[in-house]
Structure formats: structure tokens, C-alpha cells
Design a protein around this ligand. Structure first.
Ligand code: ADP
Ligand code: MG
Length: 411
């Protein structure tokens, strides 16, 4: 089915065409009709599968149909997200899908002056995309009215519920229209959070879960390399030298390490931007926009940025340090291989990080392929990085696995 066959307004169809979206992705195909019917939905689908448009399209359409003019009479929908960058990004998606419609979206987040934001809220908006902190601030100050809201979305829902906002969310829900719709979206979920989620939705809620057996997107070829802690920067440098065209997101464990790796790269003439909680909001958004625009090849980030961020054409994710929380592995490697694109993710695992690797593999329910590289021997990395395409990586690994099994049998 193509978008032009959907029961959605022509303006939205035009906007979809403009974005180059012809057919719905799997999750969009399954979720849009449920949202249009007014059902509560808990949707789990891998990273990069188009969850944002899955809720944005029917929400914009519903508001567009119910408005006779551009005037607004109060917020109709709130989309809650865990980070400021994500609020900005999802706000942009809503805007690009609501061009020429009567629907107005605003992205609200902390770390910036609130006066301009208050003015914007007072001018009237239909959809508020927001981080919880600033939202609750402005609710308590009386600038955000909840009475007319009939749709509540939690994106990265497991994270939102895990952050301990459950009481606040219940508080907000009590103030919304009685028949409001609640929509949860995420790439990962665990049983505890699932229970919490179900406590917040109607008993008729629909659960739509795609590919639960492999949380890592099939567009991402991922592997682990055993690298000594002190050698990591050489491998990173080497990777960039051998892949001058690549666009990399490099994840590190802490803010301090983000700065340290950026400096190490600068010393060898490789420019890298970094983004983490220590930087002020303007710096964070600047770094993100510069990287998105392609003006810099490498973005160094901490786990804060692992969720939801959709940067076009990231070809490689490097886990310079392994994530300490296993599910973050899925969110980190999911920054590549988005939409129809393929991507590669390589994790540098030192001796000290073996337990993290085991936890990640337990979370994934399978072992991660190993790329064998001896200490100080970069030749194999070179080959790997020069010749690799996503398909090649899978083929190589399969051949490698087969070879290994054959060797074992011979022994
Ligand atoms: P998720 O939230 O599932 O991780 P996003 O909503 O951020 O994924 O979308 C991932 C990428 O897929 C984005 O770059 C988006 O523009 C693209 N995309 C979404 N829907 C479609 C579609 N129907 N056709 C083509 N590309 C799409
Ligand atoms: Mg998302």
C-alpha cells in the first residue's frame, strides 16, 4: 500500500511525497490504522524503522480534520521524549509533515530561556513535543493547559517510564480529556516496564511488536573487536584514515572521555565534535546541526545521545567503550542503518569490559561476531575497513564462522 491510498489529508500526502516517503514502513503500516481508530497503542519496533511518522501522520491528520481555521483553542497533543535533541528533531518531523496544514507544532525543552517559549505557547499551538522537566515546570506555572489534550505520546517509552516519571505521567493523564488516547513507542522494552506501560493504557490497548527476537535492526551489521584500552585511539584514527568518506558516531562511557577522545583525534589532525551533558544546550544543538550538515566527520557522544537521534547517512557507529547498560547497545548501534540505509557498528572491547560484553550478548540472546585483530597489527582492520559494505560484513562473518567451525571439527 502506498501513502497516496491512505485516508489522510492531501496536504500530508504532499508532504510525505516531498520527503520521499512513498510507502509506509512495516510499523507505520500496522500502527496508523489503530491510531486512526482511536485505540491506545504500545508499539515496539527496531531502531530506524520510522516510528516517528507512524504517530505523527495520524495525529496531524486528526487535528487537521477537526480544525476549521488556523486558530487554536488549546494544545491537542503532547509528545514526551527523554532528551532535548530528540524534542527538537521530532518537532522538525511534525513540522515537515504539517506544511500547508492548519496544524502548529512547538518543540519545548530545558536549557534555554523560557520567556520566548511562553510567548509561543500563548500564541497557540496544537502539538507540543517536549522533555518532561521543562513541561512540568510550565504546567505548574500555568502556561500549559491540559484540558483539551486528547492524545499523549511517549516516545522512547521504556526510557520515559524508567526515568521515574510514572507519577507525573499519571497526574497529567488525569487532567486530559476523558477519552484521550495514549501511545507508547520504543525499540526496547522489558517486562517490568511493560507492566508499567499497561497500567497507563485502556484495557483494549493494542500491542504491536515487530521482530522481538532480534532487537538490533537488520540494516546494521555489527561486530566486536578485542582491543587493549590504550590502543583504542589508534584503531579509531586508523579507521578514519582508511575510510575518509565515512560519517561516524563514536560512543564513549563518560563526558570526560568524550573530551579526551576529541583531543586525541585533534592531535592527529582529525576534527571531531562532541556532545554530552556537560555542554550547554546551544553548544549541543550547534554540534548536532554541524554534524548533521556534514561539516564534520566524527561526532563523539555519551549514552544520553544514543536514543532516537536520526542523523542522515551515519555510516558507522563505533562503541569506543562498551555501554554499561546492555539495552543501550541496541540504541547506540541503531544510530546507523536507518530507514532504507545500511550501516556498520564496531565495538572496541578491552579486557576490562568483558563482563559488559557478556551482558550485552545475554540481552541480545546471541553472540556478537568477532573481528580478529592482533595487538599492534592493523592490517586486518585495514582490509576490513577498506572493503567493507554492510552486505560484505555479513558474508565475511559467515565465511569466517564456517571456517572456524570447520577448523574445530578437524581438531
Ligand atoms: P525510529 O524512531 O523508528 O528509530 P525514525 O522515525 O527516526 O525511526 O525514522 C528513521 C528514518 O527513516 C528517518 O530518517 C526517516 O526520515 C525515514 N523514514 C521514516 N518513514 C519512512 C518511509 N515511509 N519511507 C522512507 N523513509 C522513511
Ligand atoms: Mg524514534
Amino acid at each position: 500500500m502506498r501513502f497516496d491510498q491512505y485516508y489522510i489529508s492531501d496536504d500530508i500526502k504532499k508532504n510525505l511525497a516531498q520527503l520521499g516517503f512513498k510507502k509506509p514502513t512495516d510499523i507505520q503500516y500496522k500502527v496508523i490504522p489503530s491510531i486512526q481508530k482511536g485505540e491506545d497503542v504500545l508499539a515496539i519496533a527496531q531502531t530506524g524503522t520510522g516510528k516517528t511518522a507512524a504517530f505523527a501522520i495520524p495525529i496531524i491528520d486528526k487535528i487537521q480534520r477537526s480544525k476549521s481555521s488556523k486558530r487554536t483553542y488549546g494544545i491537542r497533543c503532547i509528545v514526551m521524549v527523554p532528551t532535548r535533541e530528540l524534542a527538537a528533531q521530532i518537532g522538525d518531523v511534525f513540522e515537515s509533515l504539517s506544511h500547508h496544514t492548519k496544524v502548529k507544532t512547538f518543540a519545548l525543552y530545558g536549557g534555554v530561556e523560557q520567556d520566548v517559549q511562553i510567548k509561543k505557547l500563548q500564541d497557540g499551538i496544537d502539538i507540543l513535543v517536549t522533555t518532561p522537566g521543562r513541561m512540568f515546570d510550565l504546567i505548574s506555572q500555568g502556561y500549559i493547559k491540559l484540558e483539551r489534550i486528547d492524545t499523549l505520546v511517549l516516545d522512547e517509552a521504556d526510557r520515559m517510564l524508567d526515568l521515574g516519571f510514572i507519577d507525573d505521567i499519571s497526574f497529567v493523564k488525569k487532567k486530559l480529556t476523558r477519552k484521550h488516547q495514549t501511545l507508547f513507542f520504543s525499540a526496547t522494552i522489558n517486562d517490568k516496564i511493560k507492566k508499567l506501560a499497561f497500567s497507563q493504557v485502556k484495557s483494549s490497548a493494542i500491542r504491536i511488536q515487530l521482530s522481538p527476537e532480534d532487537p538490533v535492526s537488520k540494516n546494521v551489521s555489527h561486530a566486536v573487536m578485542f582491543v587493549e584500552m590504550d590502543d583504542k585511539r589508534f584503531f579509531l584514527e586508523r579507521y578514519v584514515r582508511d575510510n575518509p568518506e565515512s560519517k561516524l558516531v563514536v560512543f564513549v562511557r563518560t563526558r570526560v572521555r568524550a573530551e579526551r577522545v576529541a583531543k586525541a583525534m585533534a592531535r592527529v589532525g582529525i576534527e571531531a565534535l562532541s556532545i554530552h551533558g556537560e555542554k550547554d544546550q546551544h553548544e549541543r544543538l550547534d554540534a548536532m546541526n554541524t554534524f548533521k550538515a556534514g561539516a564534520c566527520q566524527m561526532l563523539i557522544a555519551t549514552d544520553v545521545s544514543a536514543r532516537g537521534i536520526d542523523i542522515p547517512n551515519v555510516t558507522v557507529v563505533i562503541n569506543y567503550d562498551l555501554p554499561e547498560v546492555a539495552e543501550n547497545y541496541v540504541h547506540r548501534v541503531g544510530r546507523t542503518g536507518r530507514g532504507v540505509n545500511k550501516g556498520v557498528a564496531i565495538s572496541f572491547c578491552s579486557k576490562e569490559e568483558m563482563t559488559h560484553l557478556e551482558e550485552i550478548q545475554a540481552f541480545l540472546g546471541k553472540d556478537i561476531e568477532v573481528l580478529h585483530v592482533g595487538k599492534g597489527d592493523y592490517s586486518q582492520t585495514l582490509q576490513f575497513t577498506q572493503e567493507i559494505s554492510a552486505e560484505d560484513l555479513i558474508a565475511d562473518q559467515e565465511a569466517f564462522e564456517k571456517g572456524r567451525k570447520r577448523k574445530k571439527r578437524r581438531k
